[in-house]
Design a protein around this ligand. Structure first.
Ligand SMILES: Cc1cc2nc3c(=O)[nH]c(=O)nc-3n(C[C@H](O)[C@H](O)[C@H](O)COP(=O)(O)O)c2cc1C
Length: 341
């Protein structure tokens, strides 16, 4: 989970408890990736992985950028209220993927996962040569088939309930909002590699349901945002647990790419204006000073409060205790189902 939630401690706690902790590499430099890999290795001897964004950068250099005056006017007001310098339009941003991947290959973990696209043949071959298993993200059956054809080892089927960014890369975002319950069995039927269900799974009941749909494993995000080891700010953790699911929404307002978060003043200011957001990652750069200042101050009006639809199921626990509870809830659910069967 890129953006500060994922700490080496969180990754290691999940792996040490029998899960697969994932380093969030997407916003890290090559040096920071090298540092994260070595720090996680000091905290666990169990398998773990690392995740990058494999795409999403090309369009802001290729497509026309919309008139930025709405974004700049809105942010000017917020910046002056927060005592920040006036916002400025970011320059085009080079895709960091190649440098990030080089850092990963220099100290290879057993698993590499990605979202927003498919790495090119050269990158996938390099990962295979280093015996790194690959996991790609699909939000439609078609994307699942594209990932399988590219040779990935497993596929995350990300339902529309999921917190933060949509992984969509080969469909219009709005039509690729397919719920986990509908998406997972269809991807399972369409591909021959293991499918990992994600989106809206936050307790043992959800895990058993995903396995019943044919998933081999689950990927959970929001449920770990509120763990003790997560770097999420306290106000964000509190908002996740206390905000009803109907108050989350999918928005381009923070990064330029659709992502699910809790409604706040900043999001409401973008209602009906979303087409004026700059493309990813320019909008992300543009909103960074506001988000960083809001994070330091614990100001939920201007924070990107990423959260999936299962946020109210998230708990105030260590990741170790959460993992233990998930296993016990899975057992309870299985017993309940067998008892009724
Ligand atoms: C704060 C946050 C950051 C995320 N960052 C990433 C990321 O960097 N890469 C990725 O593949 N998925 C990312 N995800 C998506 C998760 O991998 C997963 O698909 C999603 O959290 C599952 O839905 P849930 O939040 O309902 O558990 C992120 C999710 C959250 C909540």
């Amino acid at each position: 989970m890129a953006g500060g939630a994922t700490t080496p401690e969180l990754v290691a706690a999940v792996s040490n408890a029998g899960g697969l902790g994932m380093i969030a590499g997407a916003y890290l430099t090559a040096d920071q990736i090298a540092d994260s890999l070595s720090r996680v290795r000091t905290l666990t001897s169990k398998p773990f992985g690392i995740n990058l964004f494999a795409g999403g950068y090309a369009s802001h250099q290729r497509d026309p950028v919309p008139d930025p005056s709405f974004a700049l006017n809105l942010l000017s007001g917020i910046h002056s209220e927060m005592g920040l310098p006036a916002p400025t339009l970011p320059d085009p941003i080079a895709d960091p993927f190649a440098d990030q991947l080089a850092a990963i290959l220099a100290d290879p973990p057993p698993i590499f996962s990605f979202t927003f696209g498919i790495p090119d043949r050269h990158a996938l071959d390099a990962l295979a040569r280093h015996d790194i298993l690959t996991i790609g993200t699909a939000t439609t059956v078609h994307e699942g088939k594209l990932l399988e054809a590219a040779g990935v080892d497993a596929i995350v089927a990300q339902g529309s309930e999921a917190g933060a960014h949509r992984g969509t890369f080969a469909a219009p975002f709005a039509s690729a909002m397919i719920g986990t319950m509908a998406l997972v069995p269809q991807v399972v039927d369409a591909v021959g590699v293991p499918v990992i269900a994600s989106g809206g799974i936050a307790d043992g009941r959800g895990i058993i349901a995903a396995l019943a749909l044919g998933a081999t494993a689950v990927q959970m995000g929001t449920a770990f945002l509120t763990c003790t080891e997560s770097g999420t700010t306290p106000v964000h953790k509190q908002a996740i647990r206390s905000t009803p699911a109907e108050l989350t929404t999918v928005t381009r307002a923070f990064s330029g790419r659709p992502a699910r978060g809790i409604e706040n003043d900043y999001l409401r200011a973008w209602y009906a204006q979303e087409e004026r957001a700059l493309p990813f990652p320019l909008q992300n750069e543009l909103t960074r000073p506001m988000r960083s200042a809001a994070s330091r101050r614990g100001d939920t009006r201007y924070l990107s409060l990423w959260c999936g639809q299962a946020g109210p199921l998230a708990r105030d626990l260590s990741a170790t205790d959460l993992m233990r509870q998930l296993v016990s809830e899975m057992r309870d659910t299985q017993e309940r189902l067998h008892g009724e069967g």
